[in-house]
Design a protein around this ligand. Structure first.
Ligand code: MLT
Length: 235
């Protein structure tokens, strides 16, 4: 169930929510945690990030606007850049992005809120299957799309499918995008065909598209463990 409607559905059903922003917020969050980051404070506004930084001066700032690094931030929303970074173990991160971060915050009220993408599809789907059965809860996978727009983003639906098909339950695709043709392509082929991939490649960020299209390479299952005012704490 895509975008803001998906978040609403997850809240209404008190479901298990999975936010999927395949290019690139989900991949950045997964990679930060894979590199040993302790906690990620997800915020929706740049000013909220700076306000939190005043309280947590030791935290690193990571994020983007218009696909580019925010002035004064330590890293962009670039998983390939994060992957090559050193000394992330035990760090606190304050993270904001145009769409993914806001979708995570909008899931407040769901029973549990996970962050997923192709990278952790394998590990995440196993946990989702178990949790759903144990607690008799629906799973709402939310292709994040672009904040403020109603249409979905192709790569988010493709990554959602990579998670959903591995859970093995009945899948209801509210986007109608998952045709046999789409399902028969590789993840990388589908990502490269997406509008957002073309924008990133245009900006010289093809390495992120390639990085984000990997399947099942990460064991990390990011989950919101607390919502505080203006932030979702993820680890
Ligand atoms: C977002 O959260 O809006 C995206 O991850 C944008 C991006 O590719 O940086």
């Amino acid at each position: 169930s895509p975008g803001s409607k998906g978040c609403q559905k997850a809240r209404d059903l008190k479901a298990i929510a999975v936010v999927v922003d395949a290019l690139r917020a989900s991949a950045t969050i997964v990679t930060l945690l894979e590199k040993g980051v302790e906690t990620i404070f997800v915020v929706s506004e740049v000013e909220d990030a700076w306000a939190l930084k005043r309280e947590l001066p030791q935290a690193m700032l990571v994020g983007e606007r218009n696909n580019l690094i925010i002035e004064g931030f330590d890293y962009s929303n670039s998983p390939s850049e994060i992957f090559s970074a050193s000394n992330l173990k035990g760090r606190l991160v304050i993270f904001t992005s145009t769409s993914g971060a806001r979708r995570i915050l909008a899931c407040k009220g769901a029973t549990r809120v996970f962050v997923g993408t192709t990278l952790n599809a394998e590990a995440l789907s196993a946990v989702l299957r178990e949790e759903s059965q144990k607690h008799q809860k629906d799973i709402v996978i939310i292709p994040a799309g672009v904040y403020g727009k109603e249409e979905f983003s192709e790569e988010d639906v493709v990554a959602s499918w990579e998670i959903a098909k591995r859970i093995g339950f009945k899948v209801i695709d509210e986007t109608g995008f998952l045709t046999e043709e789409v399902k028969n392509r590789t993840v990388e082929e589908n990502f490269y065909l997406s509008k957002h991939a073309k924008e990133l490649i245009e900006l010289g960020l093809e390495k992120d598209v390639k990085f984000c299209a990997q399947v099942g390479v990460a064991k990390t299952i990011p989950e919101v463990f607390q919502f505080i005012e203006k932030a979702a704490l993820v680890k």
